[in-house]
Design a protein around this ligand. Structure first.
Ligand code: NDP
Length: 240
């Protein structure tokens, strides 16, 4: 039977690759994001993929999204997020610091918690919730790392809550993954080489590395794996 899969932030990068993977394997996929452009492009290009605009930090937007979703969800991938400090204006006063810190918490932690809560009664037995974390959680990377670390901690509690309903909850924690919009063209060659040199594999992560891990955690083979963080970083953990 085809599963129904919600992938947040599915218009670009890892989310889009996940949508392509699941749809190619016969699942029905809904992708979301804030920008209609990338969503439309992805939904037009990928058979079996529908798109809905949603800011996952906004409870009202989530209510609107839920009204559009199918009654049953088998898999939720909380992928939306990213390093919001790239958008910071550099102001150093306390109010600006609070605003910028909260932006990362909202984008990477609150978004996942709100989305999971919003669709909770649609999650089907035998299903899976998978969050995209980050190697930053283990490296002390400012508010972004703190948000991703919080995601892993919160996921332990979620796993306990969903476990009796035969639903798993896990984090896939990538290292540097090439081919996404994450770095907004701000990744200097030297930094990129440093990230690759830190791996045991000597290469950047690829989109397929993440889709493989997420697909496994969503599969029947992984029904007793829950409350875990699966690092997909080429052995780079825990270097900086
Ligand atoms: P992208 O920037 O390509 O993808 C992020 C997606 O999330 C975008 O499509 C964006 O769309 C969406 N998004 C962001 N905020 C929101 C929001 N509030 N509501 C809805 N959608 C949102 O980068 P990646 O594919 O690399 O990032 C995917 C995940 O992987 C992120 O959680 C990131 O932190 C994580 N990650 C990535 C790594 C990498 O090296 N690439 C390493 C470690 C973790 P829109 O702007 O239109 O809303």
């Amino acid at each position: 039977m085809a599963r129904t899969i919600l992938i947040t932030g599915g218009g670009t990068g890892i989310g889009r690759a996940l949508a392509e993977h699941f749809a190619a394997h016969g699942d029905r996929v809904v992708i979301t994001g804030r920008r209609p452009g990338p969503l439309k492009e992805a939904a037009d290009a990928l058979t079996g993929v529908a798109a809905a605009v949603c800011d996952h930090t906004d409870p009202a937007a989530l209510h609107r999204l839920v009204a559009e979703l199918p009654e049953r969800l088998d898999v939720l991938v909380n992928n939306a997020g990213g390093q919001t400090d790239f958008d910071a204006d550099g102001a150093t006063d306390l109010a600006s610091y609070a605003r910028d810190f909260r932006a990362n918490l909202d984008a990477n932690l609150l978004s996942a918690a709100l989305t999971t809560r919003a669709v909770d009664d649609r999650l089907a037995a035998g299903g899976a919730v998978i969050h995209i974390g980050s190697i930053a959680a283990d490296q002390g990377s400012g508010s972004y790392g703190a948000a991703k670390a919080g995601l892993a901690s919160w996921n332990i509690d979620l796993a306990r809550t969903l476990g009796p309903r035969a639903i798993t909850a896990n984090v896939v924690s990538p290292g540097y993954i090439a081919g996404t919009e994450f770095f907004r063209d701000q990744l200097a060659d030297a930094r990129r080489e440093h990230l690759i040199a830190a791996t045991a594999t000597g290469r950047p992560g690829a989109l397929d590395d993440i889709t493989g891990a997420v697909a496994f955690l969503a599969s029947p083979a992984a029904r007793h794996i829950t409350g875990q963080v699966l690092n997909v970083n080429g052995g780079a953990y825990p270097t900086r």
